[in-house]
Write a protein that binds this ligand. Structure first.
Ligand SMILES: [Zn+2]
Ligand SMILES: [Zn+2]
Length: 194
């Protein structure tokens, strides 16, 4: 079977079943899992499927569901301002929006492995970045008017560092930030609701 034929079969399968395991595809199509990974790469790049742990999920309505997702922060109920928002992409095209990286990281920590993808916006350019590769600035003097302690997101480390030079704070990676915001919240009872 040609790679393009397999790809069509994979597409049909994931469309009808919503999610399929790589090992299952390998068995069904009689090729190695490595070949399946190669086959699904273009499908992932086109946004037709989303890679999950050990499998793929159909992503047809992903962009729609991002648009449709609620305007209120999933954690604190504040109105979500796109520029500061942090979106969590979950299985079955579910999307949760948080008002800022502060709530986003806390929610991300709660959901853990359920999160397929997390999206936030670069503080300078407002372009979309993956939260996992973003740089987080905490304890800065600039007040963006959302939750305390504030967490700002940057796509580039040098820009985050430049920002900190001007306005104070600290630059953290995703794994550092998700721990830090949790620790900080544990000793701070107030969580700006409303
Ligand atoms: Zn919030
Ligand atoms: Zn917030």
């Amino acid at each position: 079977m040609l790679a393009s034929e397999r790809r069509e079969k994979i597409k049909k399968l994931v469309q009808s079943r919503n999610s399929v395991k790589i090992s299952e595809l390998s068995e069904l199509l009689g090729v190695s899992e490595m070949t399946i990974h190669r086959d699904i790469k273009p499908l992932v790049e086109e946004g037709i499927v989303i890679k999950t742990f050990g499998g793929i999920t159909y992503a047809k309505n992903r962009s729609e569901s991002i648009k449709r997702s609620s305007d209120d922060c999933v954690l604190c109920g504040r109105k979500v301002d796109r520029r500061l928002s942090y979106k969590l992409i979950l299985p079955d095209n579910e999307v949760e929006s948080a008002c800022c990286a502060h709530c986003g990281l806390l929610r991300h920590r709660q959901l853990g492995d359920q999160v397929i993808q997390a999206i936030c916006y670069d503080f300078f350019s407002s372009t979309t970045i993956s939260a996992l590769s973003a740089w987080f600035v905490m304890d800065t003097s600039v007040d963006v008017g959302c939750c305390q302690p504030q967490v700002l997101t940057f796509g580039r480390k040098d820009q985050a560092e430049g920002f900190v030079k001007g306005f104070g704070g600290r630059v953290l990676s995703f794994s550092e930030a998700i721990d830090k915001v949790h620790v900080k919240m544990a000793c701070c009872k107030h969580h700006g609701r409303g």
